[in-house]
Ligand binder design. Structure first.
Ligand code: HEC
Ligand code: HEC
Length: 350
């Protein structure tokens, strides 16, 4: 009897921590996959811009691990408690420590520009780590700042970089240190960004409407009215799905169905571009101001329903504002941004 009780106790004391450990590893994996640490440390912690953490994290105490994130040693941005709690860090520590040693060390998510004559600001933005998340042309910050273009200044930008987690308490970018990323360097990065030009935060969606094979298209400039950039000379191009034809359309500026080319840029570091040639309904709109929306609709004819990817290749592009004004020959570039103006996909949301 006594022995049985003892055995029961033993399993209890051994199995509870094991479950807790497993729970931490699972939670840590979910965080690793959703946060952006992996852009610098690798999808599996195999290293890249920052050191490998897979397995090696187990040789750091939790206190050392936490310190590295809260008060980084070098160029790594600092993450605050509102972004990742101590518990979150304990989970990541457990997860990374549980991983096997990587077979080979990872590589940078985005390399330095390959050409010697790349703009200084471009070289610096990659070498300070921005490029690991923001790619060769800082495409995403340029869209965010384009939404409030009239308020943008170096001071505004520097505040968003050095005090990032005050501004974005739940953000996935950390605060860069003013000592490690000093003003001289940040100004070069800012000048590079402004020389490329801010971007208009335009987006487009296609949704099913009532009525068979009827759809609506909404194009939105999500910038702040009166502050953001306006998009000018806008072309809306909606691919006609295979096996379907257009019965009717609504919305100003309809040009008809035309053979259109679209490019799908896989921006996974491979630089792969998938090209389409498909018939598309085309609308042209002179301007969509910051905060503005424009709706279009169309009805198709055909049998069955268009495949889920039937609208793939639908695009929105606008000729102005121009981009890369100061760097027309930029070699290391974001292939999603066209030669003239700017573009985005129009996504189908069933
Ligand atoms: C911009 C790239 C970048 C991002 C993002 C980043 N790190 Fe780092 N990390 C580094 C670099 C570079 C180092 C090496 C020390 C330094 O330069 O600060 C480092 C060091 C570390 C270390 C110390 C490793 C050691 O051996 O002592 C830990 C732990 C760590 N990072 C965890 C994280 C976690 C967790 C996140 C996400 C919350 C993260 N890092 C996000 C670049 C990054
Ligand atoms: C770990 C990935 C990552 C790195 C590294 C990174 N960013 Fe960001 N950045 C983001 C994300 C994500 C956002 C959106 C806000 C958020 O979630 O924190 C953002 C937002 C921004 C914004 C918009 C701020 C605003 O107020 O609108 C600017 C500007 C910016 N980043 C510049 C930089 C610069 C400059 C660097 C390098 C010094 C850099 N970022 C490094 C991920 C990153």
């Amino acid at each position: 009897m006594r022995r049985l009780i003892l055995a029961g106790l033993l399993t209890a004391t051994v199995s509870v921590p094991a479950d807790a450990q497993e729970g931490r590893v699972q939670a840590g994996k979910a965080l690793w996959d959703s946060q952006m640490c992996s852009f610098c440390h690798g999808n599996y912690g195999e290293g890249g811009f920052g050191p490998e953490l897979a397995h090696r994290a187990s040789s750091l105490t939790l206190a050392q691990f936490t310190r590295a994130v809260r008060a980084p040693w070098g160029v790594m941005p600092q993450f605050g408690e509102s972004q990742l709690s101590d518990q979150n860090l304990a989970d990541m520590h457990a997860y990374l420590g549980s991983l096997p040693e990587p077979r080979r060390v990872g590589h940078w998510h985005w390399d330095l520009p390959p050409n010697d004559d790349a703009p200084v600001g471009q070289v610096l933005q990659v070498s300070f780590g921005c490029g690991q998340c923001h790619e060769p042309e800082l495409g995403m910050p340029r869209r965010q700042l384009g939404a409030i273009a009239r308020d943008t200044s170096f001071e505004y930008f520097a505040d968003a970089v050095w005090n990032h987690n005050e501004k974005y308490p739940k953000g996935r970018m950390g605060s860069f240190s003013r000592e490690r990323l000093p003003e001289v360097a940040l100004r070069e990065i800012y000048d590079f960004m402004m020389g490329l030009g801010l971007r208009v935060p335009m987006s487009g969606t296609i949704r099913p409407a009532t009525g068979e094979h009827s759809y609506t298209v909404q194009i939105a400039n999500t910038g702040t009215p009166g502050k953001g950039l306006d998009a000018e000379i806008v072309t809306v191009s909606i691919v006609v799905p295979d096996g379907f034809s257009v019965v009717s359309t609504e919305g100003e500026g309809y040009q008809g169905v035309r053979p259109a080319k679209a490019q799908m840029f896989y921006f996974d570091g491979s630089g792969r571009v998938r090209e389409w040639e498909a018939d598309a309904m085309i609308w042209k709109v002179p301007r969509i101001a910051a905060g503005g929306k424009q709706n279009f609709s169309f009805t198709l004819k055909g049998s069955g329903t268009p495949a889920a990817d039937g609208f793939e290749g639908s695009m929105l592009w606008w000729e102005k504002p121009l981009t890369r004004m100061e760097y027309p020959d930029l070699e290391y570039r974001d292939v999603r941004i066209p030669e003239v103006g700017d573009a985005n996909f129009i996504l189908f949301r069933p």
